[in-house]
Design a protein around this ligand. Sequence first.
Ligand code: NAD
Length: 284
Amino acid sequence: MSIKTVGVVGAGTMGNGIVQVCAAAGLEVIMQDIGEAQVERGLNTIAGSLERLIKKEKISAADKAATLTNIETTTSLEELADVDIVIEAATENEALKLDIFAQLDKLCKPGAILASNTSSISLTKIAGATARADQVIGMHFMNPVPMMALVEVIRALQTSDATYQAVHQLSEAIGKIPIEAKDSPGFVANRILIPMINEAAYVYYEGLASAEGIDEIMKLGMAHPMGPLMLADLIGLDTCYAVIKVLHEGFGDSKYRPCPIWQQMVDAGYLGRKTGRGFYSYDD
Ligand code: NAD
């Protein structure tokens, strides 16, 4: 199947990045979120990101205009009824995603693929919330989407080869490199990354070093481009917490026990860059 139109559910950190790369590749995209403020913020983020690419001379002003022309916004899920694929990038919460997929299944045209950008939740379970389980798949983009090459493509147990091939082709068409992973808590990327970030949170919680100290140790000592706590702020502390809980519950293994600091930070509204404060402050 040749995909020309894309619906993206969720205009947050990941959703607006996915919209940007799809629109830049010439696809028609509808970006949906629950309120006007959220879609407007998403659109502003895209405009800012395109502006930075112009400054770096990676795209022209005409490219920016063409990309923005390909984007429509809405607060109504029903507006996605005619798209070829929906990529869901709403908050990492299983009940919420199951509900969104059940709704999408009812309103989207037959044959439309339903993909989720979930970081950790079972695609097999998400597919089970629909009557088109063979057309459900995971498309796990990396943050920030316009900069990162990988899309981890996760097949639910029910995913058909045709769905997998279509998503593989789409990923390449939008300039990404798709790599297949099996459906298991955290898949591959977050099975490895999030326990490391959780351990960094414990090290911070136990007062073994400052946030800056922990990050510098991992940057200078392991050649990581960004320290784990700054990366947690980029990902979103609520998302990190949600993923480590999925690993802990999914494997029933105490090695994944969440650091208590996640709950405190989430309760305080310190979610990282998106709220201006996490392990670090982002006053600007
Ligand atoms: P975010 O908090 O930045 O954005 C989530 C958006 O979803 C918000 O704008 C919110 O209003 C919207 N939303 C909530 N309920 C909705 C609903 N019912 N319908 C439509 N929109 C709704 O979160 P994010 O970081 O963009 O994460 C989105 C998804 O991407 C999650 O599943 C997350 O695990 C995954 N993900 C995140 C990262 C990352 O680094 N942040 C990386 C890969 C995957």
